[in-house]
Design a protein around this ligand. Structure first.
Ligand code: T3D
Length: 265
């Protein structure tokens, strides 16, 4: 399907999504958000796509909400009347789609990730950042609160003290700082980002996709469950993993001393 504000490409079992409004650092307006929601839905349905990669065109990853749409300059329109409704309609479905997608999602952060753009990256399963990328909890600079899941993911990743500082001070966190804080998975030289991230996503797409999906479900649940509930869920989902073709293939490959050929079933 052709998109106006996203570029998509399918290769090696990976659906790559590029936010494509570089002139505004890929900030989200309603049409781009609607396209993103639709593409994530398709990604869930397409069994041939076993991993998803999200990146940005140009020098930024995503600068969050398009402020020209949300709060235009005086005389340029009314902007968004009800931000609560807008967040529910635009951003929450994107985060929920990523977290419930039964395949790994990789963010290749190619530049600044600000506001909901930073949150978008944190919602992904893996964040690989260029060494010149940065993360800014920009919300407080304009009098808003963090959204798009930032207050859920960030304290869990870096602890409340650091999350509070990032959110209240809105300072730029460089990619190396984000890595040191445990916010992201890997930092690579900027010139190698797309190659590294694509290769990494392709390697994920060759893994036991059902097993990864069940692992993702466990990780999602572990953020809320107590130990007994989590142990029970592990048992249940291990049962499901044990019924996959990939489990049979993994064990057969082990005994035959060869690499497994997982099909994602
Ligand atoms: O509305 C709701 O639903 C509530 C939900 C809110 C969620 C949010 O995401 S709130 C946070 C919104 N985002 C921001 O506040 C970030 C705004 N941008 C910046 O602070 C800076 O652009 C950056 C720190 C991200 C990068 O700075 P820099 O110096 O590298 O770039 P720049 O020159 O500021 O930006 C380049 C262009 O992109 C520029 O346009 P121009 O002057 O060349 O025509 C700039 O206006 C535009 N741009 C950047 N961010 C946005 C944007 N245009 C619209 N909306 C943006 N968010």
């Amino acid at each position: 399907m052709a998109h106006q504000f996203l570029k998509t490409e399918s290769a090696e079992g990976v659906l790559s999504i590029t936010l494509n409004r570089p002139e505004v650092l890929n900030s989200f307006h309603a049409p781009m958000a609607a396209e993103m929601q639709a593409v994530l839905r398709t990604a869930g349905e397409d069994q041939a796509m076993r991993a998803v990669l999200i990146t940005g065109a140009g020098r930024g990853f995503c600068a969050g909400q398009d402020l020209a749409e949300a709060a235009p300059p005086p005389g340029a329109g009314d902007g968004l009347a009800d931000l609560a409704a807008h967040v529910r309609k635009v951003y929450n479905p994107i985060v929920l789609a990523i977290r419930s997608l039964e395949k790994p999602v990789v963010a290749a952060v190619n530049g600044v990730a600000a506001g909901a753009g930073a949150s978008l990256a944190l919602a992904c399963d893996f964040v690989i950042a260029a060494d010149n990328a940065s993360f800014i909890q920009a919300f407080s600079r304009i009098g808003l609160v963090p959204d798009t899941g930032a207050t859920f993911f960030l304290p869990r990743l870096v602890g409340t003290a650091r999350a509070t500082a990032m959110m209240m001070l809105a300072e730029k966190v460089t990619a190396p700082q984000a890595l040191a804080a445990g916010m992201i998975y890997r930092v690579v030289p900027a010139a190698q980002l797309q190659t590294e991230a694509s290769g990494f996503a392709a390697s994920l797409a060759r893994q036991a996709t059902r097993g990864l999906a069940l692992t993702k479900r466990l990780l999602n649940a572990s953020l809320a469950n107590d130990l007994a509930a989590q142990l029970e869920l592990e048992a249940e989902l291990q049962g499901a993993a044990g019924r996959t073709e990939d489990y049979a293939e993994g064990v057969a490959a082990f005994h035959q001393k060869r690499p497994p050929n997982f099909t994602g079933k």
